[in-house]
Design a protein around this ligand. Structure first.
Ligand code: FES
Length: 219
């Protein structure tokens, strides 16, 4: 059984029984954390799944058809912010750039931070759409989305990705962590399946897979 969500978010680290007030709190925090050059997350709180669905941690269906190229939405699953990014062709090219790979801690996703069906260079089922748990693997802050390449912001020669506002950990647009930052691991990838061109279901594996988020090394 699943519930439909469009663009929602929820704080991390508080178990599976989150509330609407928690959701709104994180929206405020996320808004405060978004710096210059970052793209704000679109939130449509009237489209939140029912509270009992959120509390039960059931799979949720997410409409990805309205995500523009280069944009991110955030949904809630089991009380965790799930980042869904529609990556541009340029971003996908960057993810394979040896210059970027050379500054990542685990560019080939050797540490189990994702299901086997996302154990690839784009860390996803469909290269165009990234689906990740938005919880920094250092101490659990929500990384801020800086998708656009920039000469200066948030750091020189920025290729696009995430910056954690708490202690400066950085991730690329596949959630792979940079070397030399406090966070030790790539962002987790939750269980999910692609139902059709418009919809992904968070919390359910493709047929034949048994991955559970508790199987990963660290969230
Ligand atoms: S919590 Fe993200 S860098 Fe410390």
């Amino acid at each position: 059984m699943s519930s439909t969500a469009h663009a929602t978010v929820h704080p991390h680290g508080e178990g599976e029984g989150g509330t609407r007030r928690d959701f709104l709190t994180l929206v405020a925090l996320a808004g405060a954390a978004v710096g210059a050059g970052a793209i704000a997350w679109p939130f449509i709180d009237s489209m939140l799944p029912a509270a009992d669905t959120l509390a039960a941690g059931e799979p949720i269906d997410v409409d990805i058809s309205k995500i523009a190229l280069g944009q991110q939405i955030v949904v809630v699953w089991r009380g965790k912010p799930i980042l869904i990014v529609r990556r541009t062709p340029e971003a996908l090219k960057t993810l394979q750039d040896p210059k970027l790979l050379g500054i990542l801690t685990d560019p080939n996703s050797t540490v189990m931070q994702q299901p086997t069906y996302a154990d690839n260079w784009h860390r996803s089922v469909n290269p165009e759409f990234a689906v990740m748990v938005g919880i920094c693997t250092h101490l659990g802050c929500v990384p801020v989305f800086y998708p656009n390449p920039s000469a200066t912001d948030p750091q020189p020669n920025w290729p696009g990705g995430y910056l954690c506002p708490c202690h400066g950990s950085k991730y690329d647009l596949a959630g792979r962590v940079y070397s030399g930052v406090p966070a030790p691991y790539n962002l987790p990838v939750p269980p999910y399946k692609v139902l059709n061109a418009k919809t992904v279901r968070i919390g359910e594996n493709p047929e034949g897979n048994t991955f559970d988020l508790n199987d990963i090394v660290q969230i």
